[in-house]
Design a protein around this ligand. Structure first.
Ligand code: SF4
Ligand code: SF4
Length: 219
C-alpha cells in the first residue's frame, strides 16, 4: 500500500504504486458496508496502542472463527478492521498510511492478496481495486507466476508470509484437536471451511470466545 515517503521505482518492469489510495479506502470492494482489513492476533495489540495514543476509534470485529464443539465456544483466528470511508490510519491529505512501519501484513502484501477457498486451500490473487493492477491488467494477465513473483516483490513475499501464517494456524488447530483440547471437526471432517461470524449458525452467536493464541497443549 502507498507510503508518504516511498519513492516510485524507475524500473519499468516492477510494480509501481500510483498512490491512488484505493487500498486504504476500498481494498477489496466498492461496497462500503463490506470494507475491512484482516488483522491477525499478533498485530492487534500494536494497532490498538497506536490508536489509543492518537485517540483514533477502531471498529474491530471478530472475523475468522471456528466453532469448538467440545467446549461450546468460538475460537477467534483473526479480526476485521472495518470502515466505510477509509481506513482510520489513512491520511487523506497526504494520501498515505500514517502507521507505515506498523501496517498489517495484509497491507504489506497488497495488491497481492490471499483468498480462502476453504479450510485447507488458499489462492493468491491480484486485487483489481489497485490502480496499477487495473492499468496493467492486460499485460499482467498473460505473465507467469515466476514473473509476477519478481514484479511484485516484496508484496509477493509478504503474501507468502500470510499464507504461512494461515497454515501455521491450521497446524495449531489440528494439534489441539489431536490432544483433545478442542473439537472443531477437522479430524472427523465435520467442518471443512473457515467461516465469518455473519455466517455462523444462530447457536454459535451466544457461545463464549477464546483466541487461538490463548490455547496451549500441556507438555
Ligand atoms: S493500515 Fe495503512 S496501509 Fe493499511 S489500509 Fe490502513 S492506511 Fe492503508
Ligand atoms: S491501490 Fe495500488 S496503486 Fe493505489 S495506493 Fe494502493 S498499492 Fe498503490
Amino acid at each position: 500500500m502507498d507510503d508518504m515517503t516511498k519513492a516510485v521505482p524507475s524500473h519499468p518492469d516492477v510494480f509501481t504504486c500510483q498512490r491512488c489510495g484505493n487500498c486504504c479506502r476500498h481494498p477489496n470492494t466498492k461496497d462500503a458496508s463490506q470494507r475491512y482489513i484482516p488483522i491477525y492476533l499478533d498485530e492487534i495489540e500494536a494497532l490498538q496502542d497506536i490508536a489509543r495514543e492518537r485517540d483514533v476509534a477502531l471498529d474491530l470485529k471478530e472475523d475468522v472463527m471456528y466453532p469448538d464443539y467440545l467446549n461450546k465456544r468460538l475460537i477467534i483466528i483473526s479480526y476485521a478492521l472495518k470502515f466505510s470511508d477509509c481506513c482510520p490510519f489513512y491520511d487523506k491529505n497526504m494520501k498515505g498510511c500514517t502507521i507505515y512501519e506498523n501496517r498489517p501484513l495484509t497491507c504489506r502484501a497488497y495488491p497481492v492478496s490471499i483468498w480462502r477457498e476453504d479450510g485447507f486451500r488458499t489462492l493468491m490473487h491480484l486485487e483489481m481495486e489497485c490502480k496499477h493492477v487495473q492499468a496493467n491488467s492486460e499485460n499482467l494477465h498473460s505473465k507467469s507466476f515466476e514473473f509476477l513473483e519478481t514484479y511484485f516483490q516484496p508484496e509477493f513475499k509478504n503474501a507468502k508470509q500470510l499464507m504461512i501464517k494461515g497454515k501455521n494456524i491450521l497446524y495449531d488447530i489440528i494439534q489441539l484437536e489431536k490432544a483433545e483440547i478442542i473439537d472443531v471437526g477437522f479430524l472427523n471432517q465435520k467442518i471443512d471451511f473457515f467461516f465469518e461470524i455473519e455466517n455462523a449458525k444462530t447457536e454459535f452467536l451466544t457461545w463464549p470466545r477464546v483466541k487461538i493464541s490463548e490455547l496451549r497443549i500441556d507438555d
